[in-house]
Ligand binder design. Structure first.
Ligand code: GLU
Length: 292
């Protein structure tokens, strides 16, 4: 991706539950969170606006409450999220403060995006936070909302938008705040020509100039996680929203957060989807038609 290094000014970064927690216990992966926060602070120190979309509320709440099985009942997921979201923010606040930065929590629901007044209020809040130098930490407001916790099914052809996964949410946020880059930190290096776990000849695609049917055909479900909701299909939905709204999007591996957030590195490993601003793409009508 070295030819494509460019100077970004506003970046949205999404990280999923499986990257923020240890698979053995479900408890917070503090080393990973520390690297994530330090890299974000370094981007801020370069003058770049950064917004973090962080999952993990349900997973962290589950661990805190000692619940072994992935909860099925909505009320239990919502209770877990209520506990976990607070714990997550406590960790983020502490880590950001260590590097002299300030984080602010923004919890969104489907209605925030669909209702024009709420959407505008949310946008103004984000812009004010950026102006103040604060790093917004975003999640879905899982404890009060029921749309958000549907789990994406394994149908690889299902690339239609589903509010309820943070890949899509982060792309909506990127479009809302006029970001020029969205980074999805994932459990894979990027988009492959085939499922790399099943096909050793699968190749990593480093740059996608334009989203077309051949790209959507590669959307094999790649998540083996029991805590998150995203797969490659939701990442391509995110790519559509981000690139049409004028932002580049990168899928990169969360295994090495520091390398994956080193966006000026010439040796960057990941898949870059190039911005392809579509004059017909309008966030308001898109969310209303897709999830309204
Ligand atoms: N909002 C959910 C949580 O924080 C996660 C959704 C997702 O992983 O996409 O637990």
């Amino acid at each position: 991706m070295s030819d494509d290094v460019k100077q970004y000014r506003r970046v949205v970064i999404k990280i999923g539950s499986s990257s923020l927690t240890h698979p053995e216990t479900g408890r917070q992966n503090l080393g990973k969170m520390e690297h994530l926060v330090r890299s974000i602070c370094d981007l801020r120190n370069q003058g770049i606006d950064v917004c973090l979309v962080s999952s993990g509320a349900i997973a962290v709440g589950r661990a805190a409450l000692g619940i072994q099985e992935r909860p099925k009942a909505t009320s239990l997921k919502q209770a877990c999220a209520a506990v976990g979201q607070g714990r997550l923010m406590m960790t983020y606040q502490k880590l950001f403060a260590e590097y002299n930065h300030t984080a602010g929590q923004v919890l969104l629901t489907k209605n925030t995006m669909v209702n024009p007044v709420s959407r505008e209020n949310a946008r103004n809040t984000f812009l004010e936070l950026f102006r103040l130098g604060v790093i917004p930490v975003v999640n879905e407001n899982d404890s009060v909302s029921t749309y958000e916790m549907q789990f994406v099914d394994n149908d690889t052809s299902n690339v239609k938008m589903k509010f309820g996964d943070n890949d899509t949410l982060s792309a909506l946020v990127a479009a809302l705040v006029g970001a020029d880059l969205l980074i999805l930190l994932s459990d894979t290096d990027g988009l492959y020509t085939d499922d790399p776990r099943a096909n050793p000849d699968a190749e990593l695609i480093s740059v996608v100039e334009e989203l077309d049917d051949s790209i959507f055909g590669m959307a094999k479900e790649s998540t083996g996680s029991s805590v998150g909701t995203g797969g490659m299909a939701t990442k391509l939905t995110a790519a559509r929203i981000a690139t049409y709204s004028g932002a580049d999007m990168i899928i990169a591996n969360a295994a090495d957060v520091r390398a994956s957030l080193d966006i000026s590195s010439g040796n960057y490993v990941g898949t870059l989807f190039k911005a392809n601003k579509n004059p017909e793409f309008d966030l308001a009508s898109y969310v209303t038609e897709s999830i309204g």
